[in-house]
Design a binder for this molecule. Structure first.
Ligand code: ADP
Length: 421
């Protein structure tokens, strides 16, 4: 069946032309704007295109020029159907690549004949070669000024986007600081209360005042972790993470992270294994507190995604000018196709409906910020982080391994020159 594509935004014209052509046995596709017209032409490869000129985004002249560039449509008849009846409109359509011109309103009786003629090769002509050259020049100039207009608009929109992005990141950073300050006070006083002998009970004694205070303190700690993650991820995204330059003893950082998390070990019956390589790694330069956090996030995931009874192993080696650290767990693993995505902001694999807000309970949830923060911190040290896993399996527990590379020597020379560049 002969296929006709009609690019037109006016519904009544669409209906009229569709009715006439369908009753003549043609298959008609309608596109109601310029870009949709190009897509439909590429997809349908029509035998003839009817083109309205005044349509949105790209106009009919531009769509015609573009359709001529589609493979297989170099010679397809394209007919301008338009109410534009100013002097030169017909010529403009022809130099843009149309083969013919049918003025609107269409003559219902003549229309099928006109289409037939164009289908068998009728070609309208512009006039003398001089006239043609003149119209072509005019068309080119119009295209360039349209392009300029669009580039200006895009530039403006881009600046606006940057401005709102900066406002957003300023807001998050400010809000983060504002939230953190009172939390630090609350946390501090809770610690004072917890060691006050006047507070009755024991933290292990369910329901006792001290136990309740301990629970509050844990919740406050969790809250400040979330705020810290949000704050860091905004700073990283805005390239505003300031790192201190100090000697970093990676072995001590790992020990301190483990000390911090070990309390969950007995509760969760997890085994932590430390390889001998850690003690041998050289001192590197960087921000020990940020690196602590980067590793804390990776370790807490290992705990979170490993069922009770599992093992978490950490070891390191020195390779030329980098330290290679790896953290391996015997947990549920990660689907291969997700390995790169998990480092993106807000990326969580689990079903959010089953979300449990704990960083250390088995399969507890998070905001999907932990690994983005780790990656940001490690990359700010000019290092690399990636994950390996054979796949996700809650029964077979294939486990995951997180690898971290950190340069020995001054890691900032390159990062800072990159930032300045
Ligand atoms: P969250 O705050 O949700 O833990 P992360 O950025 O820390 O976010 O991790 C992103 C996702 O990567 C997690 O939701 C989880 O599905 C997956 N993931 C991270 N570490 C592990 C791991 N050790 N084992 C299995 N899955 C993991």
């Amino acid at each position: 069946m002969t296929k006709i594509l009609y690019v037109e935004d006016d519904p009544s014209s669409q209906r009229l032309v569709q009715r006439i052509l369908t009753s003549e046995g043609y298959e008609v596709t309608i596109a109601d704007n310029g870009l949709a017209g190009i897509e439909a032409a590429e997809r349908e490869k029509p035998d003839l295109v009817l083109m309205d000129i005044n349509i949105s985004n790209l106009d009919g002249y531009e769509v015609t020029t573009r359709i001529r560039m589609v493979e297989g449509l170099e010679n397809v008849p394209i007919i301008a159907v338009t109410a534009a009846t100013l002097r030169g409109d017909r010529e403009r359509a022809l130099v843009a690549g149309c083969n013919g011109y049918i003025p609107k309103p269409i003559d219902v009786d003549k229309f099928p004949e006109q289409i037939k003629a164009y289908l068998v090769g009728q070609e309208d002509s512009v006039g003398t070669p001089e006239e043609q050259a003149q119209y072509l020049l005019e068309y080119n100039r119009r295209l360039v000024s349209r392009l300029e207009e669009n580039v200006r608009e895009l530039q403006k929109a881009n600046e606006e986007l940057k401005r709102t992005e900066k406002m957003k990141s300023d807001f998050v950073v400010l809000a983060g600081h504002e939230l953190r300050t009172p939390l630090t006070v609350i946390y501090g006083y809770l610690q004072i209360l917890l060691v006050n002998p006047a507070i009755p009970g024991d933290i292990t004694q369910e329901g006792s005042p001290r136990h309740l205070l301990h629970k509050v303190s844990e919740a406050v700690e969790r809250l400040s972790q979330v705020i810290q993650d949000i704050l860091n991820v905004s700073l990283i995204a805005a390239n505003r993470l300031d790192l201190s330059h100090e000697p970093v003893f990676l072995n001590s950082v790992v020990q301190s992270v483990l000390h911090n998390l070990r309390s969950f070990g007995p509760q969760r019956q997890l085994i932590f294994e430390l390889g001998g390589g850690l003690k041998k790694v050289p001192v590197i330069e960087g921000d020990p507190r940020r690196l602590h956090q980067a590793l804390w996030n990776i370790f807490s995931n290992a705990i979170k995604y490993t069922p009770d009874g599992g093992t978490i192993t950490v070891d390191a080696e020195t390779l030329d000018d980098v330290v290679h650290l790896w953290i391996q767990d015997t947990g549920v693993g990660i689907p291969q196709e997700e390995l790169a995505n998990i480092f993106e902001r807000f990326y969580v694999l689990e079903d959010t409906a089953l979300h449990r807000s704990s960083k250390t309970a088995f399969k507890g949830g998070g905001l999907g910020l932990g690994l983005a923060v780790s990656k940001g911190i490690i990359e700010a040290h000019n290092g690399k982080v990636w994950a390996e896993s054979p796949g996700y399996d809650e029964e077979a527990l294939p486990g995951s391994t997180f690898h971290v590379l950190l340069p020995i020597g001054d890691p900032f020379s390159k990062v800072e020159s990159d930032r300045k560049g």
